[in-house]
Ligand binder design. Structure first.
Ligand SMILES: Cc1cc2nc3c(=O)[nH]c(=O)nc-3n(C[C@H](O)[C@H](O)[C@H](O)COP(=O)(O)OP(=O)(O)OC[C@H]3O[C@@H](n4cnc5c(N)ncnc54)[C@H](O)[C@@H]3O)c2cc1C
Length: 268
């Protein structure tokens, strides 16, 4: 008997594969993309997951990514850096609609509303891609049910690097799903450190010297009324943590909610 055997090597099936539905490039260092949502994925707005691509050795190459879309969204959105020689993002920056990305459905993180005690006002403080978890939280009605005021501070080097956050904030007021929750509660405070813009300077300096409070007509940071979430470089996180602790704030966590929480936007 002459049996024919198909010796074509099957393409490896990507584990936890999701399909890219949209890609938007902002600068040569920043882009966002949306993918289908794993059926089993339940997460709280502000959490992160491991995502990635298949590496050259046929093993998944994964990195931590904040989910930038809210927990109610049918798809997942991510906002990403492009590191030119970065193992993952040197490839990820080339993804197109229809491509597949690995999304491990195990969300974790401390930038969640449950890690903070109730208060009047919420400050989100981000640099660069650190706005991603707040892009999720700003689209969550629960945020506006818990807080009377939300202040989104975002600092980047150049104006174009603010666009993802600026477009999102602008779209929220008229959003058919959450516009009515947002109302006039959300205040946006963008600053740049290198390129000329209406408000320049490091957010650390502007908070410390009272500029943010003066510009927005707010009282100084106060643990009785305010909560703070921080997501940026290690340096930014440590500087804002110090400002919070000097003002009498205690760091919170999932198991022990308190007055401020922080998470690294990247390692390095
Ligand atoms: C909890 C957590 C959440 C994260 N969420 C995001 C996210 O939402 N979006 C995102 O783009 N990245 C995020 N990161 C960083 C991400 O995990 C990767 O580091 C990034 O995608 C680059 O991967 P890479 O393999 O190309 O390079 P890597 O080898 O991972 O990084 C190379 C170097 O690039 C720099 N770098 C890495 N990520 C960034 C960044 N985001 N901004 C500025 N410099 C960076 C660092 O100096 C790092 O040493 C997160 C990291 C952590 C720990």
């Amino acid at each position: 008997m002459n049996e024919q055997v198909n010796v074509t090597k099957a393409k490896p099936v990507l584990p936890d594969a999701q399909t890219v539905t949209k890609v938007t490039h902002y600068t040569d260092r920043l882009f966002s993309f949306r993918v289908t949502r794993p059926q089993s994925l339940r997460f709280r707005s502000g959490e992160f997951v491991m995502i990635g691509l298949m590496g050259d050795n046929d093993r998944p190459l994964l990195r931590a990514y904040s989910i930038a879309s809210p927990s109610w969204d049918e798809e997942l959105e991510f906002y990403s850096i492009k590191v030119q020689d970065g193992p993952l993002t040197s490839k990820l920056q080339n993804i197109q609609v229809g491509d597949q990305v690995i999304v491990r459905p195990k969300p974790v993180g401390t930038l969640v509303l449950d890690a903070l005690l109730p208060a009047k006002r919420m400050y989100f403080i981000a640099t660069g891609t650190g706005i991603a978890p707040f892009a999720s939280l700003m689209r969550d009605p629960d945020l506006y049910e818990r807080y009377d005021e939300v202040i989104m501070c975002h600092t980047c080097r150049e104006v174009a690097e603010l666009k993802y956050g600026a477009d999102l904030v602008t779209s929220l007021a008229d959003d058919p799903l959450i516009g009515e929750f947002v109302g006039d509660k959300l205040k946006y405070y963008p600053t740049t450190t290198q390129e000329e813009s209406p408000k320049m300077g490091r957010i650390t300096t502007l908070l410390k010297d009272g500029t943010v409070a003066a510009d927005l007509g707010l009282p100084p940071l106060n643990p009785e009324t305010d909560r703070v979430m921080i997501c940026g470089s290690m340096g930014l996180n440590m500087d804002i943590k110090e400002i919070c602790e000097n003002a009498g704030f205690t760091e919170g966590s999932n198991s022990s909610p308190a007055e401020f929480v922080l998470e690294k936007a990247f390692v390095g």
